[in-house]
Design a binder for this molecule. Sequence first.
Ligand SMILES: *Cc1c(COP(=O)(O)O)cnc(C)c1O
Length: 423
Amino acid sequence: MDHFCYHNGVLHVEDVSVEAIAAEVGTPFYVYSRATLLRHYEVMRDALSGTDSLVCFAMKANSNKAVLSVLAAAGAGVDVVSAGEMHMALAAGFPANRIVFSGVGKTRAELEAAVRAGIHQINVESENELYTLAEVARGLGKRAAIAFRVNPDVGVDTHEKIATGRKENKFGIDWERIVPLYQLASGMPGIDVKGIGVHIGSQILDLVPFRRAFERVRDLVATLRASGLKVERVDLGGGMGIPYRRNINDQVGPEPRDYGALALEHFRGMGLQVICEPGRLIAGNAGMLVSRVVYIKKGETRTFLVLDAGQNDLIRPTLYDAYHEIIPVHQADAGAPLLPFDVVGPVCETGDTFARQRRLPPLEEGDLVAFATAGAYGAVMSSTYNGRPLVPEVLVSGDRMAVVRRRPTLEEMTALESVPDWL
Ligand SMILES: *Cc1c(COP(=O)(O)O)cnc(C)c1O
């Protein structure tokens, strides 16, 4: 969090005051720190530098073009989950040979786009996807580089909506099916089998499930090779957890260095390219959502802090019961009391509640607050529910700032809609 600090009592992103950004673009808005994005990518890259490796940013965490450009220019790869994301990744400057395409429901059209683009790897998640892809590739007279995503049946201690590595989850191919399928694919024209992949879930705060998954993958590589099959790559997925609460030690995720060491322990010296797909780890703590207090509403039993940001702007609290630190943009006085607030948005849903009985320093109407750790799964999951325009996104680097996605006008919001002439 060191690029989000108070200077002279005002929260800054790198060298730019959050108050100055608010004055220029209006609230709410997302703001990202380029230095933080770069640092997180570099830490991960360096953690894997003991072997041939590729860190592919999982862009579903944050797909802003400027954010992607920062990472593309730094040499990162990217993990995409739709043809739309692939298009955005190419537009942001990622070369095709650093793009990995994941996802359980890629359509024929999406596979065709990926084969045409000649991307690094398509992670195949089912037998029928393999057949469709083989057909598509042959039709185009091209070869598709693939990895099979296996379901390692490893449970993780995270929110059930973001656990992906159990048999009962929709993701990956069952363990028992992999060897015959790999064999079959190795003989298919149009298919170039490169290896296997896993992704066991998200916001994982403990290395143990990663260790179990890596062990299973390593065993599988050995089994495949013993059957005379070529395995050149392993894709370890993403999922590394990050601290959402400051000052609570058991909420701190694994250090990228330790994750990297674990990966190297399992795969170094095996003639493999090691791919990983961190999303949250790179973008989470690189962004904040800034909002203004509209009203302070004193109820009989509690005080509501009504913000101008709502669940449509940041859905994680209501979707996953996620916790975000809420930080006053103007630093509270040293001895200021902490008072319990229910922090809510303006959306007409009871679920539009960011925090209940959160202890915050005294705040007044018009004050600015920032939701920390909102750089991943924040802006990308926002909607226009309640007729609320998507909020602007701002990128800061040193003392420079730029609006990297502007707020749409109300006319633009309705521009795609029409009324049929028979009405
Ligand atoms: C979501 C996802 C990721 C990124 O997960 P994080 O928890 O953000 O690191 C990586 N790979 C795949 C296949 C995913 O679905």
